[in-house]
Design a protein around this ligand. Structure first.
Ligand code: SF4
Length: 192
């Protein structure tokens, strides 16, 4: 039986929690929510402050490691495969992905990316046609949505993920959930 999970970083937009609530009702399914370990968040915030991610790539990656990467590791424990919504048109870092991959970071389990070649307009048309609940921020200029302090709307003509970690270079715009090997940080993942 497939499980559906959601990573609650603790820094998401209200609209993201709203759509999670809607999805539970719409599909009548249980959605497992994984939160970061409280002690790890406390240690991170004690060291870097609540918004330390703006101060450097190491601090940003450390925050993503605590709030996203470690909870994902727990969510995937015991799984044989996982299915993502990754699309090639989202970012330069996603262009070379394949539909079926072995996820070495998570013990070699199968990773399936069925939407890889769906472009943004086709995806939008599908969700509208089928009445799929979507995040209200998509209609407010957010084609890609992550944590609230690290996401802003994009301007016409900008890249789909230009609003994610907008202060960083495009090649760094991954949080560590979809990398092929663990992201090295000065301190990432050490907040236990
Ligand atoms: S996206 Fe920003 S707030 Fe969210 S986990 Fe990464 S650095 Fe932290």
């Amino acid at each position: 039986m497939p499980r559906i999970f959601f990573l609650d970083t603790g820094r998401l937009h209200q609209e993201t929690y709203d759509v999670l609530q809607q999805l539970r009702r719409h599909y009548g399914v249980a959605i497992e929510v994984y939160c970061p370990a409280a002690e790890a968040v406390e240690a991170l915030v004690r060291r870097d402050g609540p918004n330390g991610f703006y101060e450097g790539l190491d601090q940003r990656r450390a925050c993503c490691a605590v709030r996203k990467v470690e909870p994902l590791r727990r969510a995937l424990r015991g799984a044989d495969a996982w299915i993502t919504g990754l699309r090639r048109d989202q970012a330069p870092t996603r262009r070379d992905l394949r539909t079926f991959e072995l996820d070495a970071v998570h013990g070699g389990l199968l990773k399936i990316n069925p939407l890889l070649d769906w472009e943004h307009p086709r995806t939008l048309a599908y969700v509208r046609h089928h009445g799929v609940p979507v995040n209200a921020l998509h209609d407010q200029g957010f084609p890609s949505i992550g944590c609230a302090p690290c996401t802003r709307p994009v301007q016409p003509g900008e890249d789909l993920r230009a609003g994610r970690w907008w202060w960083e270079q495009p090649e760094h715009k991954e949080c560590g959930l979809h990398v092929k090997r663990p992201v090295a940080t000065a301190t990432g993942g050490a907040f236990r």
